[in-house]
Design a protein around this ligand. Sequence first.
Ligand code: ADP
Ligand code: MG
Length: 647
Amino acid sequence: MPKAVDANARIAPDAAVSVLPGVGPTAARRLEAAGIRTVLDLLTFFPRRCRPLRELAAPDETAVGELVRLSGKVHTVRSAWLPGRRSMTTVVFACADGSTFEAPFFNQPWLKKNYPVGQARRVEGVLAQKGRRFVVQQAKVLSLAAEPSGEVQLRYGEIEGIGAARLQQWLAHALAGLDVKGLALPPLPAGLREHDLAPGPLLLAMHRPPDVATHERARRHFAVREAVELFAAVERARRARSARSARSFPVDDALAARILARIPLQLTDDQATALRGIWGRLAGPAAMGALLQGDVGSGKTAVAIGAALAVLARGSAVAFLAPTELLAEQHHQNVARWLAGTGVAVVLHTASSKARLPTGPLLVFGTHALLTGDVALPGLGLVVVDEQHRFGVAQRMQLVQKGDNPHVLVMTATPIPRTLALVLFGDLDVLTLRKRPPGRRAVRAFHLPAEKWARTLRSIRRAIARGGRVFVVCPAVGEEGEKGGVVRVHESLQQHFKCGLVHGRLSTPERQRALALFREGITDVLVGTTVLEVGVDVPDATLIVVVAADRFGIATLHQLRGRVGRGTRRGLALLCGPRTERVAAVCRTTDGFELAEADLALRGSGELLGTAQSGFGELRALDPVDDLPLLLQVRAAVQDAAAEAQA
Ligand code: ADP
Ligand code: MG
């Protein structure tokens, strides 16, 4: 039911979105799921991209990849069904000079009747070339009579269950009705005042820019604000940590010798240096905040356990957080063996297996469930967070609040370009493992087109014949028989090999069993989703096959190949599917840092870190990669302001 709107009533920025006409309870719920509760939240749901539009008389190779506007008459309309009950309708348009271009539309079979042959239309979208044909992607089709849209095209992110048209309608209403006077943004720190502009016009410039430059100026303003918040949080975390005294855990020579004797590995120089660095910090009066970074397979776990033992030796508890249950389970299993007979209670605490936590020297393995749950961890001396790229700054802080001011060690195998690390982990001291442990050679990757599946099978057979074991990773669980889905691939491989299956929808005991059978060599092949990505450690695994490798990101592919070649034999990765740039990059180099740079170059945005996981929270205007100079400027200003406040 339409609500009565008083044209003069101004909308307060903090009013709930439901004051906007057309936003009912369902829409409000969907918006809330996207983090939009208030009208201001909606107005700061910024477009992801603002691009200039090029008006073309005919499609033109020089404009490929750009946003264009073309006019043409409907020439033909084709419809085709795609697998999975999806459809594609292709409308071919002819320009005045006789050249043609097409616009594909997915899952709108009824469109056909909207395009009578011969009728003229204006089409806006991104120009692409498929062979000799020109294709306008993400096409927006207008009648010739319609006002052409502005000279820029904005692209918004998607909100599940909310169409673009409705979103625009609400935005228009909010922009028109907003009580700008009620919109007071906090002043920016000195040194950034040049960015401090009036918010009303800025919001308008974000959503209704007359040109790209105006939009970009406004975007930078909001980017600065996001960066200020980000660094303020980092700065708070850093200061809070160094201001709080933590229990000190000194490691004298005798204890050091005892700890090293417990670790069943001869530590490399890098590992030993990192461990001593950590021990030094654990002995100090302030809580440690350290980041241990090292490529996949560089041996971070042993360092973490060496750190944990220093704390356990003095009767305090240690929490070890992993990003997946599978990884927590596996760490638990391995480390329980290492610590057998020490009197330390080594327990697993996950959503599916909640152990009762004893007091005294306790090493508890878990996932983030440990953070969010109501678990009490009295006497917590150290928190280890494995594969930190999956946790954010906020979660890190939450954890620290849990115990009695614990020391924190975070570990990441995602090499992060130095500058970005500075932003993400600005509150931590960084320790690095550069060299791999002896015998751990880099795993090269090779590309195989999907149709060479027979060759893949031969490679699997050969690896098994040589006493190795094989991981096969697929993108999806694929219950509906999706080709390439893990269930299907498992079924087909079972005809040839002794095969296990692991994915997120199986129960913990089922997963544990599959993993144990694989580790013990009862099965030769383990098929799984990316739950296999991190940390799964089976020394005999020598081959990893990634099905539909084009569906994975560079960091994931690099992580995945780190699963093999952990024993004495060399590992190998086969990346199946189309040869994308990402796949090619992973085949080209084994250097994680080089790959991280390649990833940045290919993606060029905060996507690299996955915003929700990065600790950036929701970034709406800031691009942590492109905006690096701006970030550095903001960081300096925030630190100056904090120092001044203290003085
Ligand atoms: P990551 O840094 O990826 O977490 P892990 O800690 O899982 O790496 O170690 C990778 C593999 O290397 C494991 O199988 C581990 O047992 C082995 N490893 C670690 N340190 C050493 C070492 N100093 N000497 C020999 N093998 C080691
Ligand atoms: Mg690890």
